[in-house]
Design a protein around this ligand. Structure first.
Ligand code: S3P
Length: 448
């Protein structure tokens, strides 16, 4: 276990080492969403799937272990290089599937497993055991899967699949995890499964289904995006190159935007338009954010993103942008704390059912650091500092409830505040961003 996973707290002190700002070129770890999917699709497919750039964070490693339990051969070939040998389907696991902290892992695997006449029992850490699973169990039940679970649709739960019939399902919440679970179940359902999403969400599942040889029809209509998938299609192993995670790149990039004298480039960042809401919002706030070397890598748009210290101002973030930046509101709230004026973020109800109640924890953490915040059931308003005469104080020890993004967001705040900020449970950062501490130190940040 890495040293930072054993620490009881981690601190970020203001002012970069040498006082010159944060500087450097780095690569963000592999995209978490695509990494989970590459392993799951590899196990469902027939033949060999070679993956490059896999995120080797705890969440994804739990999915790798789960795919072994369902019968696939999963091998690590070297840093970020993995090989999955799929058997063209899942077999019944002999052990409980522990997905750790990963909502994406457990919900997508449940969708995939529902297509087979097998029983599987799922659990996770305390955070995951508190998160709602009915959003996935509901549609899987309509397709014919059975389950038994704890009160309120919580883990641990046992799912029994097989004999599914396709459904037409309108997403009640904008969730790519729910969409993906229904589509994965639809692969082994009789008939054509149709998911309708009133607000488009990340489309990595649709893209990857195609990369593995399946036919998926996507149509935009007045009531939203319609995704259709005929059951009984077979997947064949594919070569997958995982781009850098924009949700992780966001932390060093915002650190550069708020720290005087900084210029940081993150190379190879995934720029799928359904993931770039944060970059769009930061630009509206006046951020000097430049994309270079835009290219296509394995069916996904990718580029190198450079952030320079910028004078930011507050904005109203439209609620319809939320699905394209749902994991980025914690770090956006930090950027907003250093902006001039108010930043209002609405349509955030889904933030409350992430790894923690992120809306409540950001409001509490920012307030503890001396930032003006207003919390509503589905909105957060941050009152920015007026440059110079109302600095962000910092100086708090922030409770993260084991949430990696709450931890990283407050550490970034600490880099540009007046007093150091520390966070509890820093080991959880490794769920999505292993090596965060060292990488930030390499840029000149005082983290330790
Ligand atoms: C993800 C979808 C989002 C996001 C999560 C990853 C995915 O969750 O918050 O980190 O890979 O599909 P929801 O689908 O629940 O919004």
């Amino acid at each position: 276990m890495a040293l930072d996973q054993l620490k009881a707290s981690l601190s970020a002190a203001p002012g970069p080492i040498g006082g010159k700002g944060l500087r450097g070129r780095i690569r963000a770890p592999g995209d978490k969403s695509i990494s989970h999917r590459a392993l799951i699709f590899g196990a469902l497919a027939t033949g060999i799937t070679e993956i490059e750039g896999l995120l080797e964070g705890a969440d994804v490693l739990a999915t790798a272990e789960a795919m072994r339990a369902f019968g696939a051969t999963v091998e690590q070939l070297g840093g970020g290089r993995w090989r999955v040998t799929g058997r063209g389907g899942l077999s019944e696991p002999a052990q409980v599937i522990d997905c750790g902290n990963a909502g994406t892992g457990v919900r997508l695997i449940m969708g995939a497993a529902a297509g087979y006449a097998i029983a599987a029992t799922f659990t996770g850490d305390a955070s995951l055991r508190g998160r709602p699973m009915m959003r996935v169990l509901g549609p899987l039940g309509q397709m014919g899967a059975a389950w038994i679970c704890r009160e309120g649709g919580r883990l641990p739960l046992t799912l029994k699949g097989g004999g599914l019939a396709a459904i037409r399902y309108v997403l009640p919440v904008p969730s790519a995890q729910v969409k993906s679970a229904v589509l994965l179940a639809g692969l082994n359902a009789a008939g054509v499964t149709e998911v309708i999403e009133p607000e488009p969400t990340r489309d990595h599942t649709e893209r990857m289904l195609r990369a593995f040889g399946a036919e998926v029809v996507v149509e935009d209509a007045a009531d939203g995006r319609h995704i259709r998938l005929a059951g009984g299609q077979r997947l064949s192993g594919a070569a997958i190159r995982v781009p850098g995670d924009p949700s992780s790149a966001a932390f060093p990039l915002v650190a550069a935007l708020i720290t005087p004298g900084s210029e940081v480039t993150v190379e190879g960042v995934l720029l799928n338009p359904l993931r770039t809401g944060l970059f769009e919002t930061l630009r509206e706030m006046g951020a000097d954010l430049v994309i270079e070397n835009a290219r296509d890598e394995g069916g996904e748009p990718v580029g190198d993103v450079t952030a320079r210290h910028s004078a930011l101002h507050g904005v109203e973030v439209p609620p319809e942008r939320a699905p394209s930046m749902i994991d980025e509101y914690p770090i956006l709230a930090v950027a907003a704390a250093f902006a001039e004026g108010r930043t209002a973020m609405r349509g955030l109800a889904e933030m409350r059912v992430k790894e923690s109640d992120r809306l409540a924890l950001m409001a509490a953490g920012l307030a503890a650091c001396g930032v003006g915040v207003e919390e509503e059931p589905d909105a957060l308003t941050v009152v920015g500092s007026v440059r110079g005469n109302h600095p962000v104080r910092g100086g708090a020890r922030v409770t993260t409830h084991g949430d990696h993004r709450i931890a990283m967001a407050h550490l970034v705040l600490g880099l540009a505040a007046v007093e150091a900020v520390s966070v509890d449970e820093p080991g959880m950062i490794a769920t999505s961003f292993p090596g965060f501490e060292g990488l930030m130190r390499g840029l000149g940040a005082q983290v330790g």
